[in-house]
Every structure is written in C-alpha cells, then in structure tokens.
Design a protein. Structure first.
Length: 369
C-alpha cells in the first residue's frame, strides 16, 4: 500500500508540475534566479565580479578530451561539465588541474552512461554490468589495488588519476578525499527517484544526500589539492574554529548542489520526468503548494545558505586573521560559491529556447574573459 501511495504521490505531483510549467512558459522568462537568490545588501552578480576562470581553460579541456579518448570514455557533450573545474579552481597549478579535469571526465562518463537519470532505462544486463563496475570503483582502498579480472577501461582511467592524486597529496587528506569520492560514486550513479529510493525524503534528508549526489563534498576537498595547500585540522581545533570550517565546507557544497537543482529543474524534471530535485521534493512534501511557490521556496533555501555562508566566512576570517594558508583556503571557498553561479549561467547545458528562467533562456551568455 505504501509503495502504491508513494508512486501515486510522485506521479500526481509530477503531472501537476509539468502542466503548471506549461502555463508559466511564454514570450518572456517568468523568473530571475539572480533576483530569487539575492537578499538585502547582497547581489550575487556583484559578489562574483572578482571571479575569472582558469587562464588555461582551452588547453585543459583539450587534454581532458585526449585522456577520455585514450580510455574510450569521452562523450561529445562532456566539455560543458568538465569546464566547471576550470571555474572552480582558477589558481590551480597546471599538473594538479589536469588531474582534476580527468577526474571530472570519469565522473561525467559514469553520470551520462549509467547515472541516476540513465540507470532506470538500461537493460537488466546493462544494469548488472554497471552495478559491478561502480561497486569495484567505490570499493577501492587507499592502495588502489585492482584485481585485473574483468577490469574495464573506465576503472583503469580512474585508478590512474587517483594514483596521481594520492602521490601528490598528504595521505590523511587523500584518505578523506577517497572516502567522499567513493561515497559519491555509490549514491550518485543509480536511480535516485522516489520510487527506486523506496521513500519520500524530507527536505533536510534530500539536502544531505544531494551534496553527495552532486559530488560537491569532494569538489570542495579539491580546493586544498588544486593549489597544494592542505589544512592542519589539529591547528584549527586548537583555535576552536574546526567546527565552523566544517560547516563552511558543508554550506559551500550545498550551495553548489542545490543551486544546480534550480538551473537543471527543466532538464531533470520537465524533460526527463525525475523527482530527485529540490523543487520536486518540496512539492511532494507539501502537495498544496503551487509550482511557483515550490520554486520560490527552493530558491529561498539557497538564499539562506548564502546568508549563512557569508556570516561564517566573516567569523572564520576574523579568527585566523592574517594566516596566509587559511586566507588562501577561504578565498578558494569563495571562488567555489562564485563559480557555482558563474559557470551555471555560462554553460549551455541547462539552456533552452522557452526556459522560465532569465539565466537559462537562450541565447546563451558570453563566457567571462
């Protein structure tokens, strides 16, 4: 009975959302994400004025393509996704940046060939093969040993990149990075819709899982790796700010993941019929809300996260004063939030001719120089 009711709820809300969406489309976009995210005294565009992508963006994308083709994992539309790394880490050294874009090439291949939007449409045999590949990938230990039997090219590529990252970082950092990356593969690359998950998640539960689904937790860890500046958590604990910095990391991850839910709402929910999206989770938990109310409530959650992010950032900056490594790390977190906005406005991945959002209505926005 519960399963039937859950299926009915999801189907009914999705049908209503898609109908309501058609009523919101028109000659002009209905919403501005910028206006929805802004709050008194803060303008997201102004906050991002100091941001610029990595100066080697084009060579890095070309190298990612060569790497992907070498292992047979390059997808024609991968450049849109991989380019986000050049926005997230504009000050990264070239060698470290190369490893990061290769990691994203692997993640994108998994996402678009066996990911949460794709998995349910695979044949039983394909689902079993994908499950075994992902199980071997998320079960890797820090020695990165692979049994050569039935190892696929995607797994070989993954171990090559992880080996380089491991050998160019402190083991304590790599151990935590690998834990987060492995958990991302475990939760992200399967059907995450309500029926497959077996429950209707609360908004808080969804937010927690979304950060792992998006991979934003290990993306935040890459801030340290990108410039070779690794945090001393004992030092942070001695100064009583380790909890605040941990929360700052979580908020940074949530802003990236949940902001994406608004940008990708039309692609995921309207075109692909998915309910693993913040707007849909809100509407399934509160069926009386209109689509517009659901969108505004979802944007309000992101806005509140931005408010908390800025307050925590001021607190930690004051606490560390002029400590160079910490200030560089905090600037990295700021750039991560800036990139979450700038890249998603720039990329054509979420744009359409009849989008209800100003920022995703074609024609596309020119990339920042």
């Amino acid at each position: 009975m519960f399963t039937h009711n859950r299926q009915q709820t999801s189907a009914a809300v999705l049908a209503r959302v898609q109908q309501s969406y058609s009523n919101l489309t028109g000659a002009a976009p209905r919403f501005s994400l910028l206006e929805l995210f802004n709050f008194e005294g803060f303008n997201l565009n102004d906050y991002c004025q100091t941001f610029s992508p990595h100066p080697q963006i084009q060579p890095l994308l070309q190298e990612a393509r060569v790497f992907g083709e070498q292992y047979g994992i390059w997808l024609d539309n991968a450049a849109h996704y991989i380019s986000c790394a050049t926005f997230l880490y504009p000050n990264a050294g070239l060698e470290r940046m190369r490893a990061i874009v290769q990691n994203l090439a692997i993640d994108y291949y998994l996402n678009d060939t066996m990911g949460r939007d794709i998995f349910a449409h695979l044949s039983p045999a394909e689902q079993e093969a994908a499950t075994q590949i992902k199980k071997r990938m998320y079960s890797l230990r820090e020695d990165l040993y692979m049994d050569e039997h039935n190892v696929t090219l995607i797994e070989q590529a993954n171990v090559e990149v992880l080996t380089y990252i491991r050998d160019t970082s402190p083991m304590a950092w790599f151990r935590e990075f690998l834990r987060l990356y492995s958990w991302h593969i475990y939760v992200a690359h399967k059907d995450c819709n309500m029926n497959a998950a077996g429950k209707l998640a609360s908004v808080d539960e969804y937010i927690d899982s979304r950060c792992h689904l998006s991979g934003m937790h290990h993306v935040v860890k890459f801030i340290e790796y990108s410039e070779g500046l690794f945090l001393d958590w004992d030092w942070l604990a001695e100064r009583g700010i380790h909890k605040q910095l941990e929360r700052l990391h979580d908020i940074t991850a949530a802003i990236g993941g949940l902001m994406n839910d608004l940008f990708s709402f039309e692609k995921e929910v309207i075109r692909n019929g998915a309910d693993s999206n913040l707007v849909m989770v809100i509407l399934c938990n509160q069926p009386a809300l209109t689509l517009e109310e659901g969108i505004r409530q979802a944007a309000g959650i992101v806005r509140n996260q931005l408010i908390e992010f800025l307050a925590l950032m001021d607190y930690v900056k004051t606490a560390v004063q002029q400590e160079p490594l910490m200030l560089s790390h905090l600037q990295g977190l700021e750039r991560c939030v800036q990139a979450s906005w700038i890249w998603q406005v720039y990329t054509r991945r979420y744009k359409s001719a009849d989008s209800i959002f100003v920022e995703t209505r074609l024609p596309g926005v020119v990339a920042p120089q």
